[in-house]
Structures are given as structure tokens and as C-alpha cells.
Design a protein around this ligand. Structure first.
Ligand code: HSE
Length: 297
């Protein structure tokens, strides 16, 4: 009647795939306990780690749980405990981890009536509370693992993409908070056709590179000419960090989700660790703190 789960952090956008591409990090995530109880309803009984609302309708885990609860129509309820490690506003899918964790746990406790796509649909309701927009680029990799591409939100279609075997991510999180809703507010409503052409050529090439383990193609495709120019201004030392990562051998480097975290992809663990050391050098003298991780994708 109770399950304890790990709900992973995720990197969305992956430079050229704004709102559609994402990958899962296996070394960072939240823990949650979901418990079946006699009383009807969804109750968040404990949150540790960060100060977030306990009220079900004001909490992303609660909102996604309610979306599923309305669909299952049962005479019992659920309690949710959240042990958050992923800082809200850090750009590595903090809200998605909460939104996914509650519905994944509930589904396990009631005999798995829903598949991962259906769970993503419930979780979108929770994610929308945080970002004021329904997108699944963090939710899908948290549920499916590896790289995912959200082909469409309505109807929801998630594609699972292969991961080349030597691909590693280095993620640095400068400790400032950027709210997704504000970071989305900076973006233009219209873009140049020439930029759009560059971006979709890169996204198509990146997907092809994942399928063919073509690291040189990953390197040339991992660029963002549309969103990064607007959002990078919010991140202290972004330009320096990106240069340092590329100089250390990263295949590419960009903003993780809506920032401030910065991700790099590298071929091999040694390069990913060199990238980590170079990024630490950039942020070492800065007054703000940072967290940094290397993860196999
Ligand atoms: N695709 C989203 C964005 C991810 O960049 O705004 C953050 O939730």
C-alpha cells in the first residue's frame, strides 16, 4: 500500500529542440513516498528540502495526482510525501520530477492501468501549474528515460530515441533561481525564417546523429540560434562557461531547460570530467555557489 520512488531530473530543449527534446539524468532526482489511504482525496503530508505548498491544488505533484485521481474514480485516497533534491527554478526539471512522481507511484499502487504516455498526460496538468504552459519535454524523459522527442502534445505522442553508448552529460547549476514562466516571457512571438531553417536542420540532424552514434554530427548540430540568445543574458558567465566547456572537448553546450543550469554533452567519461573541471574554474571566483554533476545518459 506504499511505494518509495526516485523521480529523476531531466534536461529539456537540448539546444536545438525547444519544447520537444529532453533527456534523463540518472544521478540527480527527488524521492517520493506514495501511500494508499482509506480517506478519499489527494493529500500532500510532507515536503522536505525546499519550501513548496502543501495544498494539493497549489502543488504540481498534487495537481497531476488529482488529474489521475479524477480519472480512476475510486473510494480510497492517496498521501504523498516529497523529499526534494532538485531545486525549484534550477532548469533541470524540478516541477516535472514532482508531477511525474505522484502519478507514477499511484499507477504502481493500483496495478499499472496506465501506460507511460497516459501518465505523461496526467503529469502535464501539474507541469502547467509551474510553467503556465502545457509542455512535456521534461516529463517524457523522466518517465521513459534516455532521450525523448515529444512529437505532439495534443494528441500526446512521445518518441523514444537511442543514446550513443559513450555519451555523457555534465550539468552545472549556478545557484540563482530563474522561473520558467518568466524565462518563457522573454522569448519572441515571431522568429526569422532563416533561423527556423537552421534550427530544424540541426534538430533533424541531431536525431539522426543519435540513431547513428555520429558524434561529429552531434557536435555540429547541437546549437540553438533561437532561444539561447534571449535567455543566456539571465545566466552569469554563460558565454565564458560555454567557451570553457567547448575548449575542454565538449561536443556542445547550452542552457538546460529554462536555465540557469548549463548542460554539456561529451564523448566519454574522461572528457565529461574535463568539462566539469573547466566549468568549475569559470565559476570558482564567482560569489554565487554552484552544483555540478556528470551523468551517463
Ligand atoms: N521547454 C521548456 C522551456 C522547459 O524551455 O521553457 C522548461 O520547463
Amino acid at each position: 500500500n506504499e511505494i518509495r520512488i526516485f523521480s529523476p531530473a531531466t534536461v529539456a530543449n537540448v539546444s536545438c529542440g525547444f519544447d520537444v527534446m529532453g533527456f534523463c539524468l540518472d544521478t540527480v532526482g527527488d524521492e517520493m513516498v506514495i501511500r494508499k489511504i482509506d480517506k478519499k482525496g489527494i493529500f500532500i503530508t510532507k515536503i522536505e528540502g525546499f519550501d513548496l505548498p502543501l495544498e494539493t491544488k497549489a502543488n504540481v505533484a498534487g495537481v497531476s495526482a488529482l488529474a489521475m485521481y479524477d480519472a480512476i474514480n475510486v473510494d480510497y485516497g492517496f498521501e504523498i510525501e516529497i523529499y526534494k533534491n532538485i531545486k525549484p527554478g534550477s532548469g533541470i526539471g524540478s516541477s516535472a520530477a514532482s508531477a511525474v512522481g505522484s502519478v507514477f507511484g499511484m499507477n504502481e499502487l493500483i496495478g499499472r492501468p496506465y501506460n507511460k504516455t497516459q501518465l505523461t498526460e496526467f503529469a502535464i496538468k501539474g507541469e502547467a501549474l509551474a510553467s503556465k504552459c502545457e509542455h512535456a519535454d521534461n516529463l517524457a524523459p523522466a518517465l521513459f528515460g534516455g532521450f525523448t522527442l515529444v512529437k505532439s502534445v495534443s494528441p500526446l505522442k512521445v518518441l523514444e530515441l537511442p543514446t550513443p553508448k559513450d555519451l555523457y552529460a555534465t550539468i552545472i547549476h549556478p545557484q540563482i533561481e530563474i522561473k520558467t514562466s518568466e524565462s518563457r516571457g522573454l522569448l519572441p512571438k515571431q522568429i526569422d525564417l532563416s533561423d527556423a531553417i537552421t534550427q530544424w536542420a540541426n534538430l533533424g540532424s541531431f536525431v539522426h546523429a543519435l540513431h547513428t552514434s555520429d558524434y561529429a554530427l552531434i557536435q555540429s548540430a547541437l546549437k540553438d540560434v533561437i532561444v539561447e540568445p534571449y535567455r543566456s543574458k539571465l545566466i552569469p558567465l554563460f558565454t565564458e562557461a560555454k567557451s570553457a566547456a567547448l575548449d575542454a572537448g565538449a561536443l556542445g553546450c547550452g542552457i538546460s531547460g529554462s536555465g540557469p543550469s548549463i548542460f554539456s554533452l561529451s564523448k566519454g567519461l574522461d572528457v565529461a570530467n574535463n568539462v566539469k573541471a573547466s566549468l568549475e574554474n569559470v565559476y570558482m571566483d564567482l560569489v554565487i555557489d554552484y552544483d555540478i554533476h556528470v551523468s551517463k545518459i
